[in-house]
Design a protein around this ligand. Structure first.
Ligand SMILES: Cc1cc2nc3c(=O)[nH]c(=O)nc-3n(C[C@H](O)[C@H](O)[C@H](O)COP(=O)(O)OP(=O)(O)OC[C@H]3O[C@@H](n4cnc5c(N)ncnc54)[C@H](O)[C@@H]3O)c2cc1C
Length: 469
């Protein structure tokens, strides 16, 4: 209470939330996986106010938890249980500062919703390609802080590949203005890369210069039934050979996901040859007219039938059909939640190892519990699998979730063997803090700790990403 009262007298009631509902909402994440308590929730309206609040916290020994749209799933934006931390919400920093269609850049504030950035780019006939299920509520600052991926990573890269410049409030309240619009700048260390993917442990991102791209003139979306799991990387390789950079998405969908979505998500397209076990959603974007793109896709599909990975395919004939196909893919997380409790894994391996990972991890889990219900889907074009376990009918949620450590041991062992990552795109947050040392060498951990110590100590987001002691 003392912290809340001091902050409120320093910055006024407009900045410091007093509504208990708003404070409680900031202390639990979207999927209710993590919960904490905050001394105060602060909503600055400008970069100067962010700097003033962060500076005040540093001089009063109060730690700060940056929060964007609160859609992250690793508990990175959630305060600990002490009730002494300040949650700093970026939602009021939501101006598009500048769009430069000639330079293909957008300068935006951190609190802009991702969909707002996409729409601002589309208004000037440009594409901002970062796209995923939470785009209607996550903020660009949160997406950059977690180095978010999504369904277009295959063609355009992760969030960190889409940034030319950053503005950051440092842990002591100083502002680093690195909002450069340059595509070439070899003047020493690339400091912005330190803050991208740092999950708010090194600085508060307040604005960014983002790369925009030419908008594809034609788009083709295809839902295919695969011969088997091994067909996924084979089809991916063939599609990349035949279409080069035009392939923007390659998403794996198992039959289990189809069952869940058809039960819980209205309006989703159902795949052809529904008796198969594995399906994929592919999207291509080109600069040629639609007819020419469709002809190229037809010839790719014919080759895939002949060579074996493909059993059946449906090409979207309208935007409505395209949307329904994407609803099938994007509806999976929601359908899982409606089904019951979920144990999440967000792993990556080399694209060529995806079938081996799914098979070996599934076998390891079945050895543990023959009734395990696995739903493995996702961005297979990036080797990134959302390998999720669903609550079985015979177990209550707490009983099922209590087994998470045993499930983790089994899955992480396979990830380790295949030289993969235990967090492909969701970050480390608090959820993976304890597991991380098992996947990094002492040298790597030492470098991470030194960077954190030098830049921010544990003034920002303590207990997240990497512990200093
Ligand atoms: C339905 C659904 C689908 C999703 N799909 C994907 C997907 O395909 N790919 C993917 O990568 N993620 C996905 N996510 C995870 C999540 O949406 C992303 O991680 C998103 O980028 C987080 O943005 P946010 O604004 O909600 O950040 P928050 O959840 O508010 O914060 C996430 C982390 O970033 C830090 N942070 C937030 N804002 C700032 C800032 N301005 N400066 C510094 N640090 C900051 C927080 O402290 C925290 O550590 C999905 C989530 C949901 C619910």
């Amino acid at each position: 209470l003392a912290i809340a009262a001091s902050l409120s007298s320093a910055f006024g009631p407009d900045l410091c939330a007093t509504d208990p509902g708003a404070i409680a909402a900031a202390c639990v994440d979207a999927w209710q996986l993590h919960a904490g308590r905050a001394a105060s929730v602060v909503r600055p309206r400008s970069v100067a106010e962010v700097a003033a609040v962060v500076g005040w916290c540093a001089s009063h020994g109060v730690t700060v938890v940056p929060q964007g749209g609160n859609t992250g799933v690793m508990g990175g934006a959630i305060p600990d249980g002490s009730g002494t931390q300040v949650v700093l919400c970026l939602s009021r920093l939501n101006r598009i500062r500048e769009i430069d269609p000639v330079n293909h850049t957008a300068t935006v504030e951190a609190g802009c919703i991702l969909a707002q950035v996409q729409a601002a780019a589309a208004d000037v006939d440009r594409l901002f390609p970062l796209s995923f299920g939470a785009e209607g509520s996550c903020q660009i600052g949160g997406a950059l802080a977690t180095n978010a991926g999504g369904s277009n990573t295959l063609r355009y890269g992760n969030a960190r590949d889409l940034v030319l410049g950053l503005e950051v409030v440092l842990a002591d309240g100083r502002v680093w203005n690195g909002l450069r619009k340059l595509r070439k700048d070899n003047t020493g260390y690339d400091l912005k890369q330190l803050f991208l993917g740092a999950e708010g442990t090194l600085g508060i991102i307040t604005a960014a210069v983002l790369k925009l791209f030419p908008k594809p003139r034609s788009v083709a979306t295809v839902l295919v039934a695969l011969a088997d799991l091994d067909a996924a990387p084979r089809l991916l390789a063939l599609a990349r050979d035949r279409s080069g950079e035009m392939l923007s998405a390659f998403e794996l969908i198992p039959r289990r996901s189809i069952e869940l979505v058809s039960k819980h998500v209205p309006g989703a397209a159902m795949p052809p040859a529904a008796e198969q076990d594995w399906f994929a959603l592919l999207e291509f974007g080109g600069s040629q007219p639609s007819q020419a793109l469709n002809e190229q896709i037809q010839s790719l599909l014919e080759a895939a039938f002949e060579q074996g990975p493909l059993v059946d395919a449906a090409v979207a004939a309208s935007m409505a059909q395209r949307d329904a196909m994407w609803r099938l893919r994007e509806g999976i997380p929601d359908a899982q939640l409606r089904h019951g409790a979920v144990v999440y894994f967000d792993v990556s391996v080399a694209v060529s190892d995806v079938p081996a990972f799914i098979r070996e991890a599934s076998a390891a889990l079945v050895r543990l519990d023959a009734s395990v219900d696995i739903n493995a889907f996702g961005h297979v074009g990036d080797g990134n699998i959302h390998f999720n376990l669903l609550q079985p009918a015979h177990a209550a949620a707490p009983e099922f979730l209590a087994r998470k450590p045993a499930f983790e041991d089994a899955v992480f062992e396979v990830v380790r063997r295949l030289n993969g990552s235990i967090s492909a795109e969701h970050g480390v947050g608090q959820a993976k803090l304890a597991a991380l040392p098992g996947f990094k060498s002492e040298v790597e951990l030492d470098l991470m700790r030194r960077i954190r110590r030098a830049i921010a100590q544990e003034q920002l987001n303590p207990g997240k990403v990497v512990a200093l002691s």
